[in-house]
Design a protein. Sequence first.
Length: 244
Amino acid sequence: MTEYHDPYQRSGRYLDIMIAGWWEHHGATVAEALRELPAGPVVDAGAGGGHGTRLIARTLPGTPILAVEPSPVLIAVLLSRVADDPDLRPRVTVDGDDLLAARLPERIGGMIMANLIGHFSPHERDRLWEDLAPRLAPGAFILVNLPPPTAPAHVERAAMSEIRVGDRTYLGWAAAEPAGDERLSWHMTYETREGDRVISTDDVHYDWWTVSEDSLRAETAPHRLTVVPHGPAEAGLHKILRES
């Protein structure tokens, strides 16, 4: 495995329960795209705790899945879920490398890249498109979302999620500031409460590369890839396909 700086080292214990709402809201739109994929293994890139992996498995029964997740915190959740599910265990392979170093199949039927693209710099994304383009089977595509804001901008602090588990409530807030021409600096606060008592608070900061639809088109075109929006605009989902 390559050396990896984990942006979720402190926030990973909250992330899986807080990202569930995104999948509940957009899962049907993602599944609609998955049903268009040709036969072949599907890659869940940045699989986290496995929400997308389980959606792929439900939507495409019998399809082999490669779940790529480099965060040690999140891979512990992912691997446990896969191992504990009699349907997932024989057909989901978990790779703990970064996507740039993962052992990808020579030919893939498709890829989900959900809430991931901003972790890669423009140079790294160029390497990704160069590597992924020849692996796409005919009719296959990469499904990527472009979360807002798609250009550097001030984001006022706002509540992300509030989840009750047992006697405790887990809350999250997010804010952001521009950190360059194409970057945001996100500031996240996670809090655990029991009644009116605050049990713990974690403040996390990480950088995120912003990507717009126009910039995605411009950077994938040299690799003979084309970008097609998928589903409602609020989902920010786009298919990246090889040119016919």
